[in-house]
Design a protein around this ligand. Structure first.
Ligand code: ACO
Length: 310
């Protein structure tokens, strides 16, 4: 069932896609959310070189749009993504030689990397099949919500390769060593609930609730300071590989860099609304960003002046 026609608790947020029918990636922006979809349902959204090239273009186009606060990556039809296209990504490029193989790899890896460090927070909305190479964009998304009905598998072993393209790394980073080993060696599938239990995804909900739950989660993110969301998501990925001391130092610098980019001085406003105005409690919700003084109305900070000189 195409998600676009799915009935949800909250009603469908998506309307007609901005891109024309026939595009291997469809997208539309509504209420601050960019809904990007693998759009090759007849091929179970397998990632062909064309899909990979188009995804990078779409991500580029959406990344700094003012009307985009959160990006959701979903799949049309019964699949999220059945992994790499075995015909077009593997067989056809291998037939063209090493140069073509490396080019195809670069095209795939580059949009996954782009997504891992995307300016806006990202949510994988996994509606169905998610195999092999599909683990890379799954990991690249900051958060992941799946349907109980979704099926995940490191199926590479079933047709004779190891889980490459980052899939082994994803399995080890997200799951325990035992589970990563088990699924890599057996190629066994797991359902959404199991994927949530093993922490491949944040949570699993019935398919009919999937879009509504993602809308709810996106709504939470849209209320936060966007500069700090980017700093926080990068920090989570970066500190994982640092010593404690390095992380401590990185986090001080990351916050100071975020202050430089935050023209609303959000952290000061957040304190003001709690301590002076008593209009919210940070332990319970986010401060009201609409009350933050507009950049033009406040005196230029030292950082803004410094930036103006660059
Ligand atoms: N690569 C290329 N074509 C694919 C892929 C793929 N990964 N997955 C599905 N397709 C194609 C099928 O060849 C078929 O094409 P056709 O209609 O021209 O014959 C079409 O999509 C529909 O596929 P079916 O197998 O008929 O769909 P079904 O719903 O019965 O099964 C399933 C879905 C289980 C996902 C099955 O298609 C499958 O096993 N696909 C391969 C999954 C996989 O192992 N992917 C590679 C992981 S390894 C990696 O990514 C590095």
């Amino acid at each position: 069932m195409p998600l676009s026609s799915m009935k949800t608790d909250g009603g469908s947020e998506r309307q007609e896609p901005e891109e024309s029918a026939g595009d291997v990636v469809s997208f539309k922006v509504a209420n601050g959310v960019a809904w990007v979809f693998f759009n090759r349902p007849d091929k179970r959204n397998a990632m062909s070189p064309k899909v990979n090239r188009r995804m990078l273009e779409v991500l580029d186009e959406l990344e700094f749009r003012e009307d985009v606060g959160v990006l959701v990556l979903g799949g049309e039809g019964s699949a999220w993504s059945a992994g790499m296209d075995l015909k077009e990504y593997f067989r056809e490029t291998e037939n063209q030689g090493l140069g073509a193989v490396r080019k195809s790899q670069r095209e795939a890896y580059s949009w996954w990397r782009r997504l891992r460090w995307y300016q806006k927070p990202t949510i994988a909305m996994v509606n169905g099949w998610c195999f092999g190479g599909g683990f890379a964009p799954l990991f690249a998304c900051d958060l992941a919500i799946c349907a109980d009905e979704a099926k995940f598998g490191l199926s590479e072993i079933n047709w004779g390769i190891l889980p490459g393209g980052g899939a082994t790394k994803v399995a080890v980073d997200l799951m325990s060593l035992r589970d990563a080993m088990y699924y890599s060696l057996t190629g066994e599938m797991m359902d959404g609930q199991t994927a949530a239990k093993l922490r491949l995804v944040n949570e699993s909900v019935p398919l009919e609730r999937l879009e509504a739950r993602v809308v709810e989660l996106a709504g939470i993110l849209l209320k936060k300071n966007p500069i700090i969301l980017k700093a926080a998501k990068d920090a989570v990925r970066r500190v994982k590989e640092m010593t404690y001391d390095n992380a401590e130092d990185y986090l001080v610098r990351a916050q100071e860099a975020a202050n430089f980019h935050d023209d609303t001085d959000g952290r000061k406003e957040g304190i003001r609304q709690f301590i002076d105005e008593k209009s919210y409690k940070p332990g319970l919700a986010a401060y009201d960003r609409s009350k933050a003084p507009a950049v033009a109305e406040k005196p230029k900070s030292a950082s803004a002046k410094a930036r103006a000189k660059v």
